[in-house]
Design a protein around this ligand. Structure first.
Ligand SMILES: *[C@@H]1O[C@H](CO)[C@@H](O)[C@H](O)[C@H]1NC(C)=O
Length: 427
């Protein structure tokens, strides 16, 4: 008893002397409290700011830094590309900056790897092919000599051909494959490996690959050149709409109404191109459409792929609790509630998505075809297209998709209204 109380006293005294040694002067303590408070405040503010800004922000300085980093790699022969000399000289391609902020219009879909630049008199888009989770390495390092091994050129061509076959279910003809690869510097060992590595990075980027493979179809932005894992494409003229259209009881000018109709017809034409090439668009926004040489194109190819590949992706057997778990953005599927797995492919289609999101919209954000000038017949077609029910309105094999017959009706209705407006203008 006494022994333990003694030792407690010793401990207490030792603790006292320790706190005395570490005790701050009042001024120092005040300083400490103040600094901690400021640091905490900054941390809280930056976290709140980060969350409010939708998790992403783009800084012009960082874009410049990224470009100069790739140019340094170009000067040390680590990367290659046709566009490198122009990109790195800084006189023909310049003014790198972040894309304009579209969040205000509610049509924001941030791509952290997309920037703008000026090339001569035009603006162009610079995209960075950043490896994603499914990225596969090309070279391997042997455990014996710790050397990096690359495939031969013939092997590489085979690798790319199989990769495209597996991912998109596309069989590429030989000449198409060669024009896609365009490997250079075959007699310089170091440069050849660099160009193979860059080519492989780019090929695994969906946006680059689709643009290059479908170049002559003119449905995706044209690739102007590459440097390392950067590629440069044309910038589309975005279709511009009056934000005030959201108050749809407001009067809409005749000229604006004609513009809405024209854009809708061009979008339907675009869907025809998509259907012919069996492409599925899984995130459709009005701001994604743009015009190049009077052709409608879609600029954000991150969520576009072949129908086969989307079907496979949606029915991959993931665990699910509800239908939404089996969807990929706007591409929808169903959850099997017995097995709790996603085993069904795509159920809707491009036309249904466009009708629902772009043409019809919602009560608070009406689509481009819902105005005070829209005839009731058009509105009824839009409802049927956004939520097809009757057998003739549903596409075969896609129970939630809108049929070709319905697309034709919509097309005829739109061109009919357009022509009627034109004739009433000139009579
Ligand atoms: C759901 O899964 C069960 C068990 O695998 C299967 O028997 C059933 O046919 C599936 N239902 C649908 C609607 O696919």
């Amino acid at each position: 008893m006494t022994i333990s109380s003694n030792s407690a006293l010793v401990l207490h005294n030792r603790f006292k002397s320790m706190t005395r040694r570490f005790r701050f002067s009042p001024r120092r303590r005040q300083y400490c409290v103040l600094t901690t408070a400021v640091i905490l405040l900054v941390v809280v503010l930056s976290v709140v700011g980060y969350l409010l800004s939708g998790m992403h922000y783009c800084f012009d300085v960082l874009v410049e830094w990224k470009i100069s980093k790739i140019c340094n790699q170009y000067y040390t022969n680590e990367v290659t590309g046709y566009m490198c000399p122009e990109l790195c000289a800084g006189d023909t391609i310049s003014e790198f900056h972040c894309p304009p902020d579209r969040r205000r219009t509610g049509e924001y879909s941030f791509n952290p790897n997309r920037f703008l630049a000026r090339k001569a008199q035009q603006f162009v888009v610079v995209k960075h092919a950043v490896p994603d989770a499914s990225y596969e390495k090309l070279s391997w390092i042997d455990s014996h000599q710790h050397e990096e091994h690359f495939p031969t050129e013939a092997e590489y061509v085979g690798i790319v051909r199989r990769y495209i076959e597996l991912r998109y279910n596309l069989q590429l003809p030989f000449d198409k494959l060669n024009s896609l690869l365009k490997l250079k510097n075959k007699n310089n060992h170091i440069l050849f490996r660099a160009s193979m590595r860059n080519s492989w990075n780019l090929i695994q980027n969906n946006e680059y690959l689709l643009s290059r493979l479908y170049e002559e179809k003119e449905i995706f932005p044209q690739v102007i050149g590459t440097c390392g894992d950067l590629f440069i494409t044309e910038l589309l003229d975005t279709v511009e709409f009056d934000e005030r259209r959201y108050h749809f009881t407001n009067h809409i000018d005749l000229s604006k109404w004609r513009y809405h109709l024209k854009v809708a017809v061009l979008i339907l034409d675009y869907l025809e191109d998509m259907a012919q090439n069996r492409f599925q668009m899984c995130s459709v926004l009005l701001a994604g459409f743009g015009i190049s040489d009077s052709r409608m194109k879609y600029h954000d190819l991150r969520y576009i792929s072949t129908e086969v590949s989307i079907d496979r992706q949606l029915s991959d057997g993931r665990w699910c609790a509800e239908d939404a778990d089996c969807s990929y953005h706007d591409c929808r599927s169903r959850c099997n509630t017995t097995s709790r797995q996603c085993t069904t492919g795509l159920l809707n289609n491009n036309l249904q998505i466009v009708c629902e999101k772009i043409f019809r919209g919602t009560a608070t954000e009406p689509g481009i075809l819902v105005t005070e000038k829209s005839p009731n017949r058009l509105l009824r077609i839009l409802d049927r297209c956004a939520q097809p029910v009757s057998r003739s309105d549903v596409e075969t094999g896609r129970p939630w998709g809108a049929s070709k017959a319905l697309k034709k009706q919509l097309y005829n209705e739109l061109t009919g209204i357009y022509e009627q407006l034109a004739s009433s203008l000139y009579s």
